[in-house]
Design a protein around this ligand. Structure first.
Ligand SMILES: O=C(O)[C@@H](CO)OP(=O)(O)O
Length: 211
């Protein structure tokens, strides 16, 4: 029997709240973000999971979310591996800009393409494909082998680094991934088959408000 892979996007950050492109910048969680991480952790505690290992990015909003979840499931000391490979998509020249200001300047459609398309990079930054080109190999070499050994693995990361993973796990097309939005702090619980395809997916919370 294969193991379990839990993916969670970090709780709301200061820059999510201010509506700024964030990427590799490192703002903290807001109080709501802490609440969202606690809610995700409680949902996982109710689900009854105990993790074997946790992975997170090199950015503090994901690391704090990871720790809050581990606290909630009663595993505050669990081994946690931090790696830049799981960082948010690099938003390049858009980093730090207000998303509404960007829509005013470049138009709604262009900003949506930069934010959600598969292969159009924002100026000086990474497309979703570029992000996947670092997230996916890391998943294959470091994370997947553990899941296939039967371990339960937590990955606390970012909207777009996780979209890159979910796109492949859920077999989404380039067109479908345009409409994929992940809510902050909502765990996605994947059970994998021995051939690494998805046997089941459960979402422990409400994804409908994500944008
Ligand atoms: O700003 C960012 O880094 C990301 C995630 O918050 O934003 P978006 O949802 O626009 O890709």
């Amino acid at each position: 029997m294969s193991g379990t892979l839990v993916l969670v996007r970090h709780g709301q950050s200061e820059w999510n709240l201010k509506n700024l492109f964030t990427g590799w910048r490192d703002p903290d969680l807001t109080p709501l973000g802490v609440e969202e991480a606690n809610a995700g952790g409680k949902a996982l505690a109710d689900y009854g999971i105990k993790f074997d290992i946790a992975y997170t990015s090199d950015l503090s909003r994901a690391q704090k979310t990871c720790q809050i979840i581990l606290d909630n499931v009663g595993q505050p000391e669990l081994e946690t591996i931090r790696d830049q490979a799981l960082n948010e998509r690099d938003y390049g020249d858009l980093s730090g800009l207000n998303k509404d200001d960007a829509r005013q300047k470049w138009g709604e459609d262009q900003v949506h393409v930069w934010r959600r398309s598969y292969d159009v990079p924002p100026p000086g930054g990474e497309s979703l494909r570029d992000t996947g080109a670092r997230v996916w190999p890391y998943y294959l070499t470091d994370i997947l082998p553990r899941v296939l050994r039967g371990e339960k693995v937590l990955v606390a990361a970012h909207g777009n680094s996780l979209r890159a993973l979910v796109m492949v796990l859920d077999r989404l097309s380039k067109e479908q991934v345009l409409n994929l939005n992940l809510a902050t702090g909502v765990p996605m619980v994947y059970k994998l088959n021995p051939d690494s395809t998805v046997a089941s997916k459960e979402v422990l919370g409400d994804m409908s408000g994500a944008h």
